[in-house]
Design a protein. Sequence first.
Length: 309
Amino acid sequence: MLRMLAVAVNTFREAVRDRVLHGVLGLALSLLVFTLALAELALDQQSRVVLDIGLSSISLFSVIMSVFLGSSLLYKEIERKTLYVILPKPIRRHEFLLGKYFGIVITVSVFVAIMGAVQLCVSSLQLRGPAWQLMAAVPGLLVLLGVAMYFARDRTAVLVPWSAVALAVTSLMGWQLGVALWPILAQLLLTMGEVLVLCAVALLFSAFSTPFLTALFTTGVWLVGRSADMMVQVKGKLLPDVVKALLQKLVRIWPNFNLFVPGRHTLGAKLEDLSGPLGYVLSSMTYAALYSALLLAFAAFVFRRRDFL
């Protein structure tokens, strides 16, 4: 466990220093803020525009980060020859692979928390609540980040607790201003479920392929997974019954990423029992955990049999 944790921490440090991810995060945050301008073009649907475009953007950019990190970080270890120094040490290959996986997941979760905090700020601002709360919360969080990084030995480690604090503070602020917190927080959690499965898919392909092919295959798996429900419900007359039956069987074993992008009203109902929105989120996250574990087990088997000589 300690060996996996060490690999995960080093993976997180390496990932958060990547300038490509900084650019992706900057683009995502800019788009979240820009939804305020787009909302003004809608008639009596400003809140819906801000939420729908914002949460969709968070999901999309999380997918981009997962594909990028999952397809590149493991290959960098092989290309830089650092893997040849690590594997002779008392660490098993599956521990190294799982450490990489958890490091990537932690990295993406930090970015999701930051984007979620910005989404909550944008939603609060769109409701035109008291401006003093935003004026106090946002600079306060930035000052807290700056002070923590100034005194911390490892500046990258500050991002994990700070992102959680930022999400908690903006959630409290949004709750006081009347923002519908449950759909936003539930969608952020479902986005992390999608990240869990997608990172496992990327590491599976990365265990035996190049970064370009890994990114290509992973994106293809994601695109098909997002269309899983549509394949089940296909009723076109041009498709033979055999093809329809094959598609329906394929959906049962293919990762169904459409589960993590529910319909608008799925998460909007009241939290009365486990058969409602809470049950949907719990079942989807259970699916993500089990499917990720299966993919990681297969990836560890492939990675263990790979010859690096």
